[in-house]
Every structure is written in C-alpha cells, then in structure tokens.
Design a protein around this ligand. Structure first.
Ligand code: PHE
Length: 342
C-alpha cells in the first residue's frame, strides 16, 4: 500500500471510530496518541516522499494527528457526561429519613426529678447493691429475725444462702452508709427493690424507691417535716399541702406516713384517693436510736431522720398510668410517650 493510502486509511479509521466505554477510549488513545502511537513514524516517512508531494504529505499527517486529538477529546467529553448523568442527585426538597429518638423511661424521669430536688438542699446520692446481706436490710435496721415486721416485706432469699437476699427496700443503703461514714450524713439513695408479691395491676415484685437519710447533731422532727414539705412543693406545686399520719416502721421512732392533697376534681381522683382527696407518698420518721447504735453511731450525740418513697407510684399519678406492669414490659409504644418534664 502506498504511503498516502496508509494515511487515508488511518484517517477514515479515526473518523469512524466510536465507543461508549472507557476501555474503548483508552485503546484509541494508545493507538493514536500514546508514546508509541501509529502516527509518529509517519513523520519520518516524509523523506521517502517525492519532493513535489512532501508538503501535501506533511499536511495530511498533521491533519491525522489533529483528527485523533479532536476525536479523543470529544469522546472523552461524551463519556464523562453520560457517567455524570448516572449519578443520582437526591431531591433535596424531600423530607429526610426520620431518625427515631430514644425516650427516657418514666421511672427514670421521676427519679431524676426527686434526686434533683434533694440535691438542691445538699443531699448527696448514695448507691449500693441490690443483692444484699440480711444484716444490712433487716437486722441493722432494727428488724432481727423473728421480728413480726419482717412479714411486712415478703422477701426473696438467695437459694442455699439465708444470709443473702434481694433488698426489700432502699433502707439497706442507710445501714451501708452509716457503718462507713461519720455524721453529718445527708444522702438520698435511689434504686431498685424486690418483694415476693403476686404481680398485679397495683403491685409488682420489683419497683424503685428513693431513700433519704439525715444524721447530725440536733436533727429534729421539725426538720423532717419541713424537708418533706419542701419536697412536696417542689414536686407537686407551690400550693401543695401535706399531712402526717402516725405509722410504724421498725427503724424509725416516731414514724409517720405522709399524704399529699391531690384533690377531688374527677372520678379518677375519687378512685385513687379512696374518696378522701389525700394520697400517700412516703414513709418516714426519726432514725431509731437502736439503728444508730447498730451502725456504730452514738445515739446520745446524734439524731436523724429518714424517709423512703416509691417511684412507680408517683409516676402512675403523674402520668395517669393505671397498671404498674407497664413499667417493666419495655413496650416501645408505651415508653416513647414520655419525655423529661423540664
Ligand atoms: N423502707 C420503708 C418501706 O419500704 C420506707 C421508709 C424509709 C420508712 C425510711 C421510714 C424511713 O416501706
């Protein structure tokens, strides 16, 4: 084939070339534009061309190179455009994919509120174990074995270890703290407690309490009453009224149960207050000197008060929940309804 025919053949190859993918374009580039491309040697062929056609040949080879350049650029542009159009551009005006937020458990919300209220008047949080020794839960709390008051709190004992039990109240933290700290002591102890009770809408075998304890020189019943009144007003509003009814606990003397005035606005109020308008919120009293003694604190020098309240009960009042079992079922439809009040 004549050298001119070769150039013409290459020209039509370039003109007819087409590809829709990067590999095709790359082999075109290597053949016509790479370092060992097919056009390059043609430039040295010029010396074999007769003089009168040298100019024509030179122009043809230059045109060949230019055509290859242009073809490459235009195919490259086409490929880029088509790959760009494959990228899905999201519609930014659409609403986003919702992220499900967690919610606080209603027990946690009330417990945090109670803790916060007592923190503000100088109570520190104390926590201790749920699997407790009999001594801290009962004996130190002036409830020795055979004491009839043990019947007040049906107990889960650890199998094969009668000295160990699931604490029946957070009062066990009182003896834990008093045996390790010196007065003045001012703590609140939030936590879970267990009682061997039949599970029903009203009672459960596990629930939460917050315990309070203040031991120092000269602590009086008036201090107790004022502290409880402060709590009731913070929790139930500035107009909250309380009343103290004499009661009995082995570890306090005298003992009282505290009611808050709930009102009789509707039928539910009648039902939950048994028609009185008053609701019991906690048990309390002056720490029995025998308890101080058991824990190594001198009852001649120190006095103290203590109180204990149930958290589920207050959550049930606040959120108008009528079945305590709901707190422990972890049903998301139930749990997602609550958010911290403050
Ligand atoms: N521990 C008692 C209960 O669980 C409550 C209480 C605590 C009473 C502290 C008096 C003092 O019922």
């Amino acid at each position: 084939m004549d050298i001119f025919d070769q150039v013409n053949a290459l020209m039509s190859e370039i003109q007819q070339f087409d590809t829709d993918n990067a590999e095709g374009l790359e082999s075109f580039r290597i053949r016509f534009l790479g370092s060992k491309n097919i056009i390059k040697p043609l430039f040295s062929e010029i010396r074999n061309v007769p003089n009168d056609r040298k100019k024509e040949f030179g122009q043809k080879v230059n045109a060949l190179k230019q055509a290859a350049d242009e073809k490459f650029k235009s195919l490259q542009g086409q490929l880029k455009a088509s790959s760009d159009s494959n990228i899905e551009i999201p519609d930014l005006s659409l609403p986003g994919i919702p992220v499900a937020n967690g919610a606080f458990h209603p027990v946690r919300i009330i417990m945090d509120e109670v803790i916060d209220i007592f923190r503000r008047i100088g109570f520190d949080v104390a926590e201790d174990r749920e699997v407790e020794e009999d001594w801290y839960n009962f004996t130190a709390m002036n409830t020795p074995e055979d004491h009839p008051a043990r019947d007040m709190q049906d107990t889960f004992y650890v199998q094969n270890d009668p000295g160990r039990l699931l604490r029946t109240h957070t009062s066990s933290v009182q003896s834990r703290v008093m045996t390790t700290q010196k007065p003045p002591i001012r703590i609140i102890a939030p936590g879970r407690v267990y009682r061997n009770e039949t599970v029903s809408a009203r009672s459960h075998c596990q629930f939460h309490q917050v315990e309070g304890l203040y031991v120092a020189e000269g602590v009086s019943f008036a201090d107790l009453k004022q502290t409880i009144l402060y709590y009731a007003r913070e929790m139930y509003g500035p107009d909250a009224r309380i009343r103290l009814r004499p009661s009995y606990f082995p570890f306090t003397e005298p003992s009282a149960e505290v009611d808050v005035y709930w009102g009789l606005k509707d039928e539910t109020d009648y039902r939950i207050t048994k028609g009185t308008g008053w609701l019991e919120i906690l048990g309390c009293g002056m720490v029995d000197p025998a308890v101080l003694n058991n824990c190594g604190i001198d009852p001649e020098r120190y006095t103290g008060f203590a109180f204990g309240m149930g958290i589920e009960r207050q959550a049930m009042l606040k959120y108008r929940i009528d079945d305590i079992r709901l707190f422990f079922e972890n049903d998301k439809r139930f749990l997602s309804q609550f958010s911290a009040a403050k």
